[in-house]
Design a protein around this ligand. Structure first.
Ligand code: ADP
Ligand code: MG
Length: 779
């Protein structure tokens, strides 16, 4: 045996001793007893032998049966026990960063260790992992990134791809890549894990891989639909307007056919009213107003409140899980409930939230037992549907919707709005109530609406823009984009693929022959949307990274400007104070962030946020993301080791505007002035509207011919969210041209561009830095 081999053998012995010591300790035994009570344990031997004998195994089982925390751990334990611990390297992917972190933490605890010993995690921009880590939980995005540098996953012995039933884009993508890799790595084991029973689909994708089902035990859950809930709570619906938030055009249409057969009770009358044209239009315009948010004045929140009161007053003890659509709603509802005499009383109710961007400390609270006689209520996004299991839930309140991006390939527009969940999701949500004792589930929609739900949700690959994905296909050298994607479980539309390729060509990440350019290579190294990646690179090269870091972090976290429904005007005015005469939401964000930093220094950050309708939590997240982007840029060689980020050109407003444009291009709309009113036209699909909270929505005139924007969102009409005004010269200089390399003809055109020379500072830095940019991009 080689020296290396000997070292590993010795290490394996140490690992085994540690493991046995824990298993023999009193706490270890207690933990083991708990683990043995999970349904997965009964299948342990069968699972291990199936994995040993087959390269691919598909495993399904009820949420909470122990797939994620137990199966990878079984492999680790058995390898360690057989004295091969140091030779194995197990990866388990999760669709969301928060579940990767939570699960790693949990498995460490179950093994009596600290995080970062034998078990670690890695998510975008963060991770805990040591030289003894042999089981790594990571997001599926991280594994894809790893494949970038290591196409054969050398050294990895087992890959678990978890939650494949969700059909996330990264998971679907991973499956194609791994399928391609398996023949080259005969010794690699691939285990797919899924919560629902469509295991056959995945098994046949891998040429009939064996499937194992873990039978789980759950208690019966009593189901209540809106009809029953109204009766039970005495809640009165007074008009159609009160149920419109459940409505969505398509579903109502489906409903129309179902209705005549339904009982003519109060609900169906109301639903029928909805088909009456005028009220339908009211619905549409109101939905547009609230831009895909639930309107807290509406039934949504008040009904939830009524149901929660009912549970607290009349029902047996047990925690409550409320499924909402997103962070905005959750925080609005939480504020509303906090003001309630019963639900807001901390001696009687422990009100918690569970969503993708919560802090770790908050995360731990959800799993803890509340004090006696205090009822735990968790407001959650659909994250709590499958990836996170809260043990003591007895009551589930399901709003029936989840925020989902859909993609309108024809208009090349992502649409983000709460849409109805599928029947599979509704069942999954209901199941969360029956884990420890018989439970109750309150669906806040009529039974007939449930019947009209789709059976399963559409895979993400078929409902999102494919820009990042196509960039990754190229950087992983997986061949022609179209051909590669046609091997997917359910391939996306050719038009969607074409749009993505065109986009990557436009921003200069791919050349005419679909080959990756140097810019494209850099972009694939940055874990952000290609647009934002480009903005960062340009910010670094042009020495104005400081404000650009804020813009990019803001765009990748979420908008820190709050827009409470009942104070829209005040909030809008507060935001516009940050815009000066910039005509830019992005620069308003930079000012707001900088003001917050100053306020923090003076100890008045809280007041500052309150006064300006800013979310301190979001600003904090932006702050830490800024730091992380700096590290990555440094790693990628785009930033000198010791050069600070607040470099000399950060205060050059036109330059910052230009860099924003370079990232957001080709997202642009022309500003059309008519008498007294403004309208906006994009290149492809005509008229767009500005989001109510955009600073640019408050002007009568805008002294720029163009607005660049990052995102078009379709909610009945197409909206643009954040925008920045730019001039013709900026658009020509920083839009497409730079990254394609500037041709002689182009330079001539620029020379002729008078506007350009009217801004000498911009001209100067352009010429000074163009050489550097060329050098970098050629590298
Ligand atoms: P699955 O992946 O099959 O949905 P998990 O492996 O995530 O199930 O969870 C199995 C069980 O482990 C859960 O039912 C719960 O009892 C327990 N568990 C998981 N995470 C935690 C945690 N952070 N704290 C306490 N118990 C947990
Ligand atoms: Mg799981």
């Amino acid at each position: 045996a080689s020296v290396m081999e000997k070292i590993l053998q010795r290490k394996s012995v140490r690992m085994r001793n540690l493991q046995r010591a824990w298993q023999d300790s009193p706490e270890g035994m207690k933990m083991l007893a708990f683990r043995k009570s999970l349904p997965a344990y009964k299948e342990k031997e069968r699972l291990l032998s199936a994995i040993a004998r087959n390269q691919v195994v598909v495993i399904s089982g009820e949420t909470g049966c122990g797939k994620t925390t137990q199966l990878p751990q079984y492999i680790l334990e058995s390898e360690i026990e057989s004295g091969r611990g140091a030779f194995c390297s197990i990866i388990c992917t999760q669709p969301r960063r928060i579940s990767a972190m939570a699960v790693a933490e949990r498995v460490s605890t179950e093994r009596g260790e600290n995080l970062g010993e034998s078990v670690g995690y890695k998510v975008r921009l963060e991770g805990v992992k040591g030289k003894n880590t042999h089981l790594l939980f990571c997001t599926s995005g991280i594994l894809l990134r790893r494949l970038l540098g290591d196409r054969n996953l050398n050294g990895i012995t087992h890959v678990f791809v978890d939650e494949i039933h969700e059909r996330g884009m990264n998971e679907d993508f991973l499956l194609i890549v791994l399928k391609d890799l398996l023949p080259r790595r005969r010794d690699l084991r691939l285990i797919l894990m899924s919560a629902t029973l469509n295991a056959e689909l995945f098994s046949s994708f891998f040429g009939g891989a064996p499937t194992i089902h873990i039978p789980g035990f759950t208690y019966p859950v009593r189901t209540h639909f809106l009809e029953d809930i109204l009766e039970m709570t005495g809640y009165k619906l007074t008009s159609f307007n009160q149920i419109d938030d459940y409505g969505q055009e398509k579903l109502w249409k489906t409903q129309r056919q179902l209705l005549p057969r339904k009982r003519k009770n109060q609900i169906t009358t109301l639903v029928e009213e909805a088909f009456n044209k005028s009220s339908f239009e009211t619905y549409s315009s109101r939905a547009r107003d609230s831009l895909a948010c639930w309107n807290p004045d509406c039934i949504g929140f008040n009904l939830i409140e009524a149901v929660l009161c009912h549970i607290c007053r009349k029902e047996r003890p047990g925690a409550v899980l409320v499924f909402m659509t997103g962070w905005d709603d959750i925080s609005c509802l939480r504020d509303q409930l906090k003001a309630h005499p019963l639900l807001g009383d901390p001696n009687r109710v422990l009100l918690l939230t569970c969503h993708g961007s919560m802090a770790t400390s908050e995360q731990k609270l959800i799993f803890e037992k509340p004090p006696p006689n205090v009822r735990k209520i968790v407001l959650a996004t659909n994250m709590a549907e499958a990836s996170i299991t809260i043990n003591d839930i007895v009551f589930v309140v399901d709003c029936g919707k989840a925020k989902e991006t859909t993609y309108d390939a024809l208009n090349n527009t992502p649409c983000l709005l709460p849409s109805w969940i599928s029947q599979a999701s509704a069942r999954q949500r209901r199941g969360r109530a029956g884990r420890v004792q018989p439970g109750e589930c309150y669906h806040l929609y009529p039974r007939c609406v449930y019947d009209a739900f789709a059976e399963y949700q559409l895979p993400e690959l078929l409902r999102t823009p494919l820009n990042s994905l196509c960039l990754q296909i190229k950087s992983l050298q997986l061949g022609t984009i179209g051909e590669f994607l046609s091997a997917a479980l359910q391939p996306p539309e050719p038009l969607a693929v074409q749009n993505a390729v065109d986009f990557l060509k436009k921003i200069g990440a791919l050349d005419e022959r679909e080959n990756l350019t140097n810019l494209g290579k850099y972009l694939s190294m940055l874990p952000v949307d290609p647009k934002l990646g480009k903005m960062l690179i340009m910010g670094a090269v042009f020495r104005c990274l400081d404000p650009i870091l804020t813009v990019v972090s803001g765009l990748s976290v979420r908008d820190p400007f709050l827009l409470p429904q009942e104070k829209k005007d005040l909030a809008g005015t507060a935001k516009s104070r940050f815009s000066a005469k910039d005509y830019s939401d992005h620069m308003a964000l930079v000012r707001a962030y900088e003001g917050w930093k100053d306020a923090e220094r003076e100890g008045s950050a809280y007041e500052y946020c309150w006064r300006n309708f800013l979310s301190a939590q979001t600003l904090q997240a932006i702050h830490s993301l800024r730091k992380q982007f700096t590290y990555i840029l440094r790693d990628a060689g785009l930033l000198d080791g010791d050069a600070g980020i607040s470099n000399n050109l950060s205060h050059n407003q036109s330059l910052v505007r230009a860099i924003i444009c370079s990232g957001l291009f080709p997202g642009m709309a022309s500003v059309v002035h008519r008498e007294k009113s403004l309208s906006f036209k994009t290149m492809d699909d005509g008229q767009v509207l500005l989001y109510v909270n955009s600073v640019n929505a408050r002007y009568q005139t805008i002294p720029y011919p163009w607005l660049v924007f990052g995102e078009k969102v379709k909610v009945n009409t197409v909206f643009i969210r954040d925008s920045t005004g730019v001039s013709d010269s900026i658009l020509i200089l920083f839009g497409g041209a730079l990254t394609h390399g500037v041709s002689k003809g182009h330079l001539k055109m620029l020379d002729d561009y008078i506007d350009f020379f009217m801004d000498p500072s911009l001209a100067e830095c352009y010429w000074n830095l163009k050489e550097e940019l060329d050098r970098l991009i050629q590298k």
